[in-house]
Design a protein around this ligand. Structure first.
Ligand code: AMP
Length: 402
């Protein structure tokens, strides 16, 4: 059975499709949906093992038209018969969804009920589900939640110290995100180390445009840096991460900003972008290398925050077998990995500079590269993440359970 994985945004649909062995057989991006200059890019693996690409430009009226184009691309590739299920990425599952969940009307209603927790993300994910269910009612559809892996957070880690009524009536607690990525790289790391995941204590660092750390004990998430929303925690490309909530009240009172303006600024104009004007870490590194003070400061704040969390999570776990770098920065940026690990010998972390320099996770066997010194107590790994493959696997496992 092939599984098509959809990641629906407000004006885009990203997709990848996998065969029974988990081999990718198609991928693409439909973008600028609803505008006159829409664009759909499709890549399909042919029977001869060669990829063919098509680019279609012109108005794509709505998500239904975008989805129809994806199905047609699969048909053109000769994969119409094999398609057996659709897995949907859903950002927020609230406290309700801690497993990948086959979708029916009742589940759809419960996902709609989570919208107030993720107004920036869940509505678009829901549109994708509604469209795919309407156009392909013959296929089982499964929702895979970014939050689900963190359903195991103990109350000490997931509660905020606020009145209990906020938790009970408004769902104010920490949920965590990037769960498919943290779960995937933890499994890959355990396989690389040749040890059962159940025996391992590790910290996974998902450092991409969005960024989060997770402490994983025996395969279960016990602490993670994102909270009610993906805004908490590390410094990100455009998100602030942690800040004193009083900053918000101060800005409302003193700067005359509206709540929406503060929310947008903290999500879209802060982080590396806010500190130095660029959110692409490669550009920030280049500028810092040229002596640009604000770019150097941005890197300093970025790295300092990661190290603070790393130390805290070592304390939460009480033991440490591995730290795992992943996503665009973690997989590729040797300079950031070096600075994050510097001087952490007290935690048993010793990076081997020669192994780290220039190492890219995707170039290692199975997408894993070991970066630690031979006699280090803690393994330091760069692991290529694959959130869509993980969603496809979870979709299959959810359907096996039905
Ligand atoms: P992601 O969200 O996982 O696609 O990660 C995007 C981030 O990874 C951006 O800030 C990129 O600048 C960063 N990135 C990707 N490749 C590299 C690289 N070779 N060196 C440094 N940063 C990189």
């Amino acid at each position: 059975m092939h599984v098509l994985v959809l990641n629906s945004g407000s004006s885009s649909i990203k997709y990848r499709s996998f065969d029974d062995q988990g081999t990718e057989i198609a991928s693409g991006l439909v973008e600028r949906i609803g505008e006159t200059d829409g664009r759909a890019t499709h890549r399909v693996l042919g029977p001869d093992g060669e990829w063919s690409s098509t680019v279609e430009e012109g108005a794509i009226d709505d998500h239904a038209a975008g989805f129809a184009g994806i199905v047609q691309a699969l048909e053109r590739g000769g994969y119409a018969q094999e398609l057996g299920a659709i897995g949907h990425r859903v950002v927020h599952g609230g406290a309700e969804f801690v497993e990948p969940t086959p979708i029916d009307e009742a589940v759809l209603e419960r996902i709609r009920a989570q919208v107030p927790l993720a107004p920036l993300h869940n509505p678009a994910n829901l549109t994708g589900i509604e469209v795919a269910s309407r156009l392909r009612p013959d296929l089982p559809q499964v929702a895979v939640f970014d939050t689900a892996f963190h359903g195991s957070l103990p109350p000490a880690a997931h509660r905020y110290a606020v009145p209990g009524s906020w938790h009970d009536q408004h769902g104010v607690r920490r949920y965590g995100f990037h769960g498919t990525s943290h779960a995937f790289v933890a499994r890959q790391a355990a396989a690389h180390l040749g040890r059962p995941l159940e025996d391992l204590a590790m910290i996974t660092l998902h450092l991409g445009n969005g960024a989060s750390l997770t402490a994983i004990d025996g395969g279960r998430s016990v602490e993670t840096s994102m909270g009610l929303s993906p805004l908490e925690g590390l410094v990100m490309g455009t998100r602030s991460g942690d800040l004193d909530p009083a900053v918000v009240f101060h800005l409302l009172r003193e700067a005359g900003l509206t709540p929406d303006e503060v929310e947008r600024t903290l999500n879209r104009e802060s982080g590396l972008l806010g500190l130095c004007g660029d959110n692409d870490l490669r550009v920030v590194e280049r500028r810092a290398g040229d002596g640009d003070g604000s770019a150097q400061l941005a890197l300093d704040v970025y790295v300092h925050r990661i190290r603070k969390y790393l130390g805290a999570y070592a304390a939460v776990l009480g033991r440490l077998d591995a730290i795992v770098f992943t996503a665009g920065v973690g997989e590729n940026a040797a300079g950031i990995r070096r600075r994050v690990c510097a001087g952490l010998g007290l935690l048993g972390i010793r990076l081997d500079d020669a192994r780290n320099e220039g190492a890219r996770a995707s170039e290692g066997p199975g997408g894993v590269v070991a970066l630690h010194h031979d006699d280090a107590e803690v393994a330091v790994l760069a692991v290529a993440t694959d959130e869509e493959l993980e969603i496809a696997e979870q979709t299959r496992s959810a359907l096996r359970r039905v």
